[in-house]
Design a binder for this molecule. Structure first.
Ligand SMILES: [Zn+2]
Ligand SMILES: [Zn+2]
Length: 368
């Protein structure tokens, strides 16, 4: 069938909305009509690093309505509202542990541009395109997804509101809920108040944490963090940042999340941990960081990385959708909606930082 997709034809060229052809649905696949799709940092990084040929369709925070299901699919029906998350094999050790973000087949299933068997889902004039991005390529009117990355949500869900739960917000919230699991007495610091960091702030607030400090360079974002549940904010440019953070938390962070990937920020974040505190690194892009190992050892501090919030999306996404419905996760305060045709404006606003979390919305808003 023919669909409309935002094609990427290289790092420098803008997205172009074009008609392309989607392959017939297989028995182990689900076809979804997109209602909304979040724009995540990974989409733009992938576009920036792509070759010009063949064209590619990105998008990995799809939210839509199931149009067709293959014969081998169970638990997903035509008409279901779904979020499309990352793919995983379901067989390996990480998948068996409920942490499919560390799946052995993660790269093959999510960023090869192909199905697992090497075939393509998207073509134009008979020529293959790179599709299957995170098992979806959801910058398009329709997507082909698989049993493992389709998450059915409540029929009352406002899909355009919750699309970011499919990746970015799951990452930030999962780092807090699944990895750090702070109690209300914990003292949490979140470095970087972009979409992922804001999700970490909202998750800490949803857990009832009473000290939540957000660190960012932008005053506007610090203000936004306060509206989402941060109890204090600190300008990341401050002299003696570590001392300021110690004061703001009353002795350092018991739990912290870095989303900045800035080496100097990460060094400060380690120093600003309380004894036995834990820092989780989410931001990609800092290959090497210097910090005081003696301090780490003698204070019993932990620094660890985390992908996709250590979440099992089939469990965690419905939990986040419930929190949102209960008013505990007010992500609409930082989501900005764009018509699909305005995808290049969404990208520009994401790059400039004027939009914290762009979400594209497709036609038929009444069907949301
Ligand atoms: Zn696996
Ligand atoms: Zn993402």
């Amino acid at each position: 069938m023919n669909i409309t997709a935002a094609l990427s034809r290289g790092p420098k060229t803008p997205f172009t909305l074009e008609t392309i052809t989607m392959a017939p649905l297989r028995d182990d696949e689900v076809r979804v009509r997109l209602v909304a799709a979040g724009m995540c940092h990974t989409d733009l990084v992938s576009k920036a690093g792509m070759p010009a040929e063949p064209g590619a369709v990105f998008g990995h925070e799809g939210a839509g309505i199931v149009e067709a299901v293959g014969a081998g699919i169970s638990g997903v029906d035509v008409g279901d509202k779904v979020l499309l998350t990352f793919r995983s094999c379901g067989q390996c050790h990480a998948c068996a542990q409920g942490t499919p973000g560390y799946c052995d087949a993660f790269v093959a299933l999510n960023s090869s541009g192909l199905r697992a068997d090497g075939s393509v889902t998207l073509t134009q004039d008979g020529k293959p395109l790179r599709g299957s991005f995170f098992g979806q390529s959801s910058f398009a009117s329709h997507a082909i997804a698989s049993q493992d990355n389709v998450v059915v949500v409540d029929p009352e869900t406002d899909l355009a509101a919750v699309a970011p739960f499919a990746c970015g917000f799951m990452t930030g919230a999962g780092a807090v809920v699944n990895v750090l699991a702070p109690d209300p007495e914990a003292r949490v610091i979140v470095y970087g108040a972009g979409g992922v960091g804001m999700a970490a702030v909202m998750a800490a607030a949803a857990l009832g944490v009473r000290t939540i400090v957000a660190v960012d360079l932008s005053e506007e974002r610090r203000e936004a963090a306060l509206a989402l549940g941060a109890t204090a904010v600190v300008d990341g440019r401050s002299d003696d940042l570590v001392k300021l953070l110690a004061e703001a938390t009353g002795g350092g962070a018991t739990h912290a999340v870095d989303t900045t990937a800035v080496p100097s920020v990460i060094s400060s974040a380690v120093a600003a941990l309380a004894p036995q505190g834990t820092l989780v690194l989410l931001g990609l892009g800092a290959p090497e960081v210097t910090f005081n190992v003696m301090d780490l050892i003698t204070s019993g501090k932990t620094v660890r990385g985390c992908i996709e919030g250590d979440a099992d999306p089939q469990v965690f996404i419905p939990q986040l959708v419930r929190w949102h419905a209960e008013g505990k996760f007010p992500l609409e305060k930082i989501v900005r909606h764009y018509a699909f045709a305005d995808i290049n404006t969404a990208m520009a606003d994401s790059v400039s930082g004027s939009a914290i979390k762009p979400v594209l919305v497709f036609d038929e808003p009444s069907a949301r």
